[in-house]
Every structure is written in structure tokens, then in C-alpha cells.
Design a protein around this ligand. Structure first.
Ligand SMILES: [Zn+2]
Length: 446
């Protein structure tokens, strides 16, 4: 009799105790982006919910539409009020908000979220998330008309976008050449782009994607000036290959031809990837002015776009495009900056050996390769003519010379255009003119 009473007391205390625990008052945790969130068709909202005390019982998300309240997501999780649910569990949820199907007009909307836990008090957390519905694609007006571009050359387009964008630029082939705020006209964008020597049927477009993800593409009217590129035959001597393969880390397991191929292809591609990364951090300011200066007292020994066939022991083992100008002067000649800019890179760069890359802003860069000595460090601002280092034959170079290249957003372009004052005057400067165009004159400004 007495032991039964004790048992009853123990059970009562246990039940009361567990009920007391199940009576906790902390609301569930609800993590979500804070609004206002720009949303377009195709938007999915993400939330994270958890309840470390009792576990999550349910979640519900809904939105007011012209046709009434619409539930976007609803879920009940297994568990019960006496034992709760797995309190360790964090639920990550994503649900679409199909704005067109819901009939949501462009403008503000409110997403409501409610989460309830397994406490006997059914604690709830609620959140109202402000949304900005935007289903309209950005309007892009091109100010640049029909443009003639030489194969291997560069050009720039100027355009206006009527709303804030997340990304914009000129898509040509696989490359998006980013747009920058126009230095003279705050309401305009400017993007330089490159027409690769080997690009087949490029159909360049201005691309603009707004904050809600709506995209607009406008074709650029391009006249392509075709041209031929010189061919060159390069004989690789055993001694040269062995020296360079040893100098550049001994790839190819002792076979100089295999090692050389690895450098000429693999290391070349790595070097170019690195240059694309450097170019992606270009300044939004135009740092350069006027034409680019060629290495003084130098002789051009190879031009841009040259198709080089590499022969070893009478056999063609590789072919590559030459992406710059080879300029020969006296050995260890001082290499001056071709224009104003900032040192974006200074050090060994694969096939280019000791290399300096100058950022000129708006995606434009110049490269100085095969140097024997570098006298600048990254981050230094330079003026045209400032010494960067001395010529040499580091990297894949057979004799003392400067490999000079121009890059537009990491793509090589013909330096000849940038050396040419007439080309700069006719193709580049007009894009920077601050005068208002006809189209802007009929706009909303006085
Ligand atoms: Zn070269």
C-alpha cells in the first residue's frame, strides 16, 4: 500500500515535471532576409527555422494578393505536445513566389511567415517581409550606333539603363565585358569589349539584369573588318627547350618536347586565367589619357595575332596565337609605363616570366613580359614613362625583348590600335564626350 503511494507520487512528480518543461515560453527562431526584397518571376524565398526547447510544430507562409490571401507554404512536423519534437533540427525551407500566377502587380507586397513550436503554450514567431515586385525588364537605350571593329581589335559601347542593375555589359561570345559608370555622364554606362581574332560569328549584345533578376538583351550593330594575320614558323632547338623546361619547373618527366607542350598549352592557359582574374578587379575610373607609348627605340619583331607553328626536329608539335607585340631594344633596356595606371600585378606570371600588369581602369590593362628586373610593386600609381623594370628573356622567350600586350577585361586586343593617336581620337574619345545626345534632350531633364 505504502509502496504504491510512493510510486504514485513519483509518477505525479515526473508527469508534472515533464509538463512543466513542455510549458516553456521561448518562441521558435525564424531566420529570413530582411526586406524590401526585389522579386521578379522565378524568385524563391528561403527561411531557416528551429526551436531548441520543444522543436518546431508548424510553419506557414502567405501573401495578400488582389484575389485574397494565398498560402505559399505550409508544413506540420511530426512530434507531440508531451514529448515535443527533435529540438536539434533546423529546417531550411525554400518556396517559390510565382508573381504572375498570383496576379501580384508591380510594387510593394508583404510576405507573412508564422512558425509555431511544440510547447504546450504553442509559442509562435511571426515576420512580415517587405517585397518589391518587379516584373518589368530594364529598358536599355544604346547611344552607340553601327560600329566597325577590326578583328582582334577593341571598341566601346555607351548605353543608358532606366533602373538600378545587378549586372550589365557587352556579351560577346562567352565573355561578358562589364559596364562601368560613364566618367562624364552619371546617367550612362560605358563598356569596352574585344573582338577575338578567332571568334566565329560573334553576335554581341548589351545585357542588363535588374535587382529582381529581369534581363534585357539588345543587339549591338557591328560591322566586322576582317583581316589576315601573319603566320610564323618557330624552330625549337633542343638546347632552348631543355633550358626553358628546366627554368619553368621541369614538366614532362624528362621529355623536353612533352614538357614544352605542357608549358605552351597548360601554363599558357593558367597565365591567361590569372590575367582574367587581375582584369576583373579593374578600377571604375578612367586612369589613362591619350595613346599608349611603344617601348622607345624598339624594333617590332612580332605582331599581334601571329599564328605561330612550333617545330621540333622537323615536326609541327604545336600552334598558338601570339597575343601581343614583341619589341626588341638593347638588352636590359628600361621599360616605361605605356600610359597612366596602377600596378595590378608585379612578379612571375607563367609563360610571360617576370611580368608587370598595369590597370588603366574601365577594364583596360597593359602587360610587360619577359622582364629581367621589376622595379615597381603592386598598388603603386604610375604615370606614362615611369620605369617599371628592364627587358629580359624570362618565361618562354628566346632572346632579350619586351612582350607588350593590351587587354580588355582579360581578353587580348591588338596594341596597334592603342598606339595609334588617330584610332584613339576616332574610336575612344567620342565615347567619353560629355555632350547630351538628341535622345537625352527629349528626356525628363530641363
Ligand atoms: Zn611575345
Amino acid at each position: 500500500m505504502r509502496s504504491i503511494s510512493i510510486l504514485l507520487i513519483v509518477i505525479t512528480v515526473a508527469v508534472a515535471g515533464s509538463l512543466w518543461i513542455r510549458f516553456e515560453g521561448s518562441p521558435p527562431r525564424l531566420g529570413t532576409l530582411e526586406g524590401p526584397i526585389p522579386i521578379g518571376e522565378g524568385y524563391a524565398h528561403e527561411i531557416r527555422i528551429s526551436d531548441p526547447e520543444s522543436g518546431v510544430e508548424s510553419v506557414r507562409a502567405w501573401i495578400d494578393t488582389p484575389g485574397g490571401e494565398r498560402v505559399l507554404y505550409e508544413e506540420h512536423y511530426p512530434g507531440n505536445p508531451f514529448l515535443g519534437a527533435d529540438s536539434e533540427l533546423e529546417h531550411r525551407i525554400s518556396f517559390p513566389i510565382p508573381v504572375r500566377e498570383l496576379g501580384l502587380p508591380d510594387g510593394p507586397a508583404t510576405l507573412q511567415i508564422e512558425v509555431i513550436d511544440y510547447s504546450l503554450r504553442a509559442n509562435r514567431s511571426t515576420k512580415a517581409v517587405a517585397l518589391a515586385v518587379d516584373t518589368r525588364s530594364p529598358r536599355v537605350s544604346l547611344l552607340t550606333g553601327l560600329t566597325y571593329v577590326r578583328r582582334g581589335g577593341a571598341e566601346a559601347a555607351v548605353y543608358r539603363i532606366d533602373e538600378l542593375v545587378e549586372g550589365d555589359g557587352i556579351q560577346i561570345g562567352p565573355t561578358l565585358h562589364p559596364g562601368f559608370a560613364h566618367p562624364e555622364r552619371g546617367d550612362l554606362r560605358i563598356a569596352f569589349y574585344a573582338l577575338a581574332p578567332d571568334a566565329d560569328s560573334p553576335a554581341p549584345e548589351v545585357v542588363a539584369v535588374d535587382l529582381a533578376g529581369n534581363e534585357t538583351r539588345v543587339p549591338l550593330r557591328l560591322g566586322i573588318i576582317e583581316r589576315g594575320f601573319p603566320k610564323d614558323r618557330i624552330e625549337l632547338s633542343e638546347a632552348f627547350m631543355q633550358r626553358k623546361v628546366a627554368e619553368l619547373g621541369n614538366p614532362g618527366d624528362g621529355d623536353p618536347a612533352a614538357g614544352y607542350l605542357e608549358l605552351n598549352r597548360g601554363l599558357r592557359e593558367q597565365s591567361h586565367q590569372k590575367l582574367r582574374e587581375i582584369s576583373a578587379n579593374s578600377s571604375g575610373d578612367r586612369l589613362w589619357a591619350g595613346p599608349f607609348a611603344q617601348l622607345p627605340n624598339s624594333k617590332v619583331v612580332a605582331v599581334f595575332g601571329e599564328q605561330r607553328s612550333y617545330f621540333y626536329g622537323g615536326e609541327a608539335i604545336d600552334s598558338q596565337l601570339h597575343h601581343g607585340y614583341d619589341l626588341a631594344s638593347t638588352a636590359h633596356a628600361t621599360v616605361p609605363a605605356a600610359n597612366h595606371g596602377v600596378v595590378a600585378f608585379a612578379g612571375p606570371l607563367g609563360i610571360y616570366g617576370n611580368t608587370v600588369v598595369l590597370d588603366h581602369g574601365l577594364g583596360l590593362a597593359s602587360l610587360y613580359g619577359h622582364l629581367s628586373e621589376i622595379t615597381v610593386e603592386p598598388g603603386r600609381a604610375v604615370r606614362r614613362g615611369d620605369a617599371l623594370g628592364r627587358t629580359g628573356q624570362t618565361g618562354l622567350a628566346g632572346g632579350d625583348h619586351l612582350h607588350f600586350a593590351m587587354l580588355v577585361n582579360g581578353e587580348f586586343v591588338d596594341p596597334l590600335e592603342w598606339f595609334d593617336p588617330k584610332w584613339i581620337r576616332e574610336h575612344v574619345e567620342p565615347k567619353f564626350v560629355a555632350e547630351r545626345d538628341d535622345e537625352a534632350a527629349v528626356g525628363d531633364r530641363p
